[in-house]
Design a protein around this ligand. Structure first.
Ligand code: HEC
Length: 224
């Protein structure tokens, strides 16, 4: 008798369990007795969690689906838009005479000319370049004055019309007695220094800025 009761109870519990796991909602997976077996608790990049509407309601799921899982780009990411666009890409011009000429024609600074950029460039120029080029870029830095390195050109004279692409090329690869500075200064830092050199090319005269601090005349040099 007892055996029979146990048997019927077991059958009844199993039947209830099986039946309650079915629902009429075609999107429902039914009751999951061991959800961990179906839903991996692993944390994966680019996945928004809890997005299954069955568990969190359609409203919450829609909200979660529209949030970015990874908000901050990792360090070293190359920006394709925004203010750092174009910085961080590998240098595209070859270390040849043709590469130098091509850079002069095609390579343009990704930075707006601003007072802040020029000031940052001037500070770096003083630290990294002035011992050869001189504080005002006349080619009369200490190393030039004591005769160790001769023939450093004056930016406001011989190099007055040197385009920014050629300057950048020289900073990347070096030229004559000047070594490469690519490993010492960031791309942004190099373009900032170039903005300062353009001021020196212009006899030290700063450009005029609009109300946002961006230079009004950006074409300070031609592309010879
Ligand atoms: C060791 C001394 C030395 C240092 C340091 C130096 N330069 Fe020069 N630089 C030279 C010499 C010499 C030349 C002339 C190269 C030639 O035409 O043969 C030159 C040329 C240049 C030119 C003209 C390049 C061209 O395409 O004709 C630019 C621009 C320039 N330097 C910028 C810089 C900047 C910016 C720095 C600092 C980040 C710097 N230099 C650091 C010695 C130096």
């Amino acid at each position: 008798m007892i055996h029979k009761i146990t048997l019927y109870t077991t059958i009844a519990i199993t039947a209830i369990a099986l039946m309650t796991s079915c629902t009429t909602d075609p999107n429902s997976p039914g009751i999951e007795y061991m959800p961990d077996m179906y839903r991996s608790p692993a944390v994966e990049a680019y996945v928004d969690y809890g997005e299954d509407p069955f568990y969190v309601t359609e409203e919450v799921a829609a909200k979660q689906r529209n949030t970015m899982s990874v908000r901050k780009p990792v360090k070293g990411s190359i920006a394709f838009k925004g203010k750092d666009k174009g910085l961080g890409l590998p240098y595209a011009f070859l270390n040849t005479t043709e590469g130098y000429e091509k850079a002069g024609q095609e390579l343009k600074s990704p930075l707006d000319i601003t007072a802040l950029n020029i000031e940052a460039g001037a500070a770096n120029f003083e630290l990294m370049c002035s011992h050869c080029h001189g504080l005002e870029g006349k080619g009369d830095g200490a190393i030039s004055r004591n005769g160790h390195i001769m023939g450093i050109p004056d930016f406001s004279n011989k190099l007055k019309d040197l385009p920014e692409g050629k300057m950048y090329h020289t900073l990347m690869y070096g030229k004559g007695l000047m070594g490469s500075h690519a490993s010492q200064i960031s791309q942004k830092g190099l373009w900032q220094i170039i903005q300062y050199i353009q001021v020196l090319q212009n006899g030290g005269e700063m450009p005029t800025f609009d109300e946002n601090g961006v230079a009004l005349v950006t074409e300070t040099v031609n592309n010879n």
